[in-house]
Design a protein around this ligand. Structure first.
Ligand code: SF4
Length: 407
């Protein structure tokens, strides 16, 4: 059997696809020296990552093996790869086995890490944001069939998964090209027998608004984590317009309000780009005000990185010092918000699921609201009642009180 050494970078979708591709090629080995093929799943979301990918490929080339580069680098920046590399673009993913001359399709099986399975439900999105290279790398949305997704879910449940993640560049856009939609898919998945939790991946606000009511209904299932990843990117309407995001700050707040009204303790995750062309103290203050108001539980802060092949590439940017100052300010605010939320949970009891190991030999459990609880002793795939002893940074620490049947 062909031996494959794999490295995967970027979002959960890219990582999941890279491991699916690896399984179709052959047997996974931990050491690049022992491999026949080296497979690297790449990301180009910001310039720094792209450079890192290129450095890593160069280093892996020293082993003198056949190198396959999958993902967003060959899709958006093919010109940066040398001829001795085999590129597989994201739109070639489903037929990659034919390109590589192997029998097994990447769609035959999804990868399970500990007790977590990620199912990539679609590729691409419906947007045309002026800064985003992912659109170049992944194109217009192409949804995978509902029956394939449901079969993959049944398969991973039989293999012991307790957490299923459905991922896409915009899960809210799922199905628009195949006469389906996300709420319908969620309902089909949660109707499967088994003790497991569904984590719905990132949803663009513009598409989320269109399905808000049925989405809230679908989320009501006890098998769906009350976790919403809704990237706002800016709290200023002028900046949102320049980004071509297709929604306003009010639209974003409306979604957050409706979700929190229904699921008050849920986890809200959002993303912010700091220093977009045209950003000034006033537009940044609007973002600060929004963050003070909605207090997201998870905040991913990225400094604007101009990407080639996008409209915003040559637009004039604010100074590096300003961007640094703004990101520090918003990070401080977020740390304070997070500390307050965590403090409130100390001393309480929760039911949790343990989908995976954590760092330093610990276990990473989740409440129904997707709050991370680190446990010293546990078993992956099990459910427990836990007591929260304290917190460190973004996670709670807990002790097991008893084993449970479900959350
Ligand atoms: S889709 Fe975006 S985040 Fe994911 S690997 Fe591609 S560039 Fe990176």
């Amino acid at each position: 059997m062909v031996k494959v050494y794999v490295e995967a970078y970027g979002c959960s979708q890219n990582i999941a696809e890279t491991f699916m591709l690896a399984r179709s090629i052959g047997e996974h080995v931990e050491n690049a020296e022992k491999a026949d093929i080296i497979l690297i799943g790449t990301c180009v979301v910001i310039e720094h990552t792209e450079h890192r990918m290129l450095r890593r490929i160069k280093k892996l080339q020293k082993y003198g093996k056949k190198i396959v580069v999958y993902g967003c680098l060959p899709s958006a920046r093919r010109e940066l790869l040398k001829d001795d590399i085999i590129p597989i673009t994201t739109w070639e993913f489903e037929n990659a086995h034919k390109i590589l001359g192997v029998d097994k399709s990447p769609l035959d099986e999804v990868f399970i890490w500990d007790s977590i399975a990620t199912i990539p439900i679609a590729n691409g999105c419906l947007g045309s944001c002026t800064y985003c290279i992912t659109k170049v790398a992944r194109g217009r949305i192409k949804s995978r069939r509902e029956d394939w997704i449901v079969n993959m879910a049944k398969n991973v449940l039989n293999r012991g998964a307790v957490e299923i993640r459905i991922s896409a560049q915009d899960t809210a856009a799922y199905g628009v090209d195949i006469e389906s939609d996300l709420p319908t898919l969620i309902k089909k998945l949660v109707s499967l027998k088994g003790r497991y939790l569904l984590r719905v991946g990132m949803m663009e606000p513009r598409e989320t608004l269109k399905i808000l009511n049925p989405l809230l209904e679908a989320y009501a299932s006890s098998k769906v984590y009350k976790f919403l990843h809704l990237p706002v990117q800016s709290g200023d309407n002028e900046i949102l317009k320049k980004m071509n995001r297709g929604y306003t700050v009010d639209d974003f707040e409306k979604i957050v309000f409706r979700f929190r009204e229904r699921f008050p303790e849920m986890t809200l995750s959002t993303d912010i780009i700091v220093g977009f062309p045209g950003e000034n103290d006033e537009t940044f203050e609007n973002t600060m005000k929004l963050m003070e108001k909605i207090k997201p539980d998870i905040l991913n802060i990225t400094r604007f990185s101009p990407r080639p092949k996008t409209l915003a590439y040559r637009w004039k940017r604010p100074s590096t010092n300003k961007v640094k100052e703004w990101s520090q300010k918003i990070t401080e605010l977020h740390l304070e918000n997070m500390r307050r939320r965590m403090e409130k949970m100390v001393g309480k009891e929760f039911n949790v699921v343990v989908p995976s190991h954590g760092k330093r030999g610990n276990y990473l459990a989740r409440t129904i609201n997707y709050v991370p609880v680190v446990l010293k002793k546990a078993k992956t795939g099990k459910f427990y009642r836990v007591h929260i002893t304290d917190f460190s940074g973004a996670h709670l620490n807990g002790e097991i009180l008893e084993e449970k049947e479900f959350l």
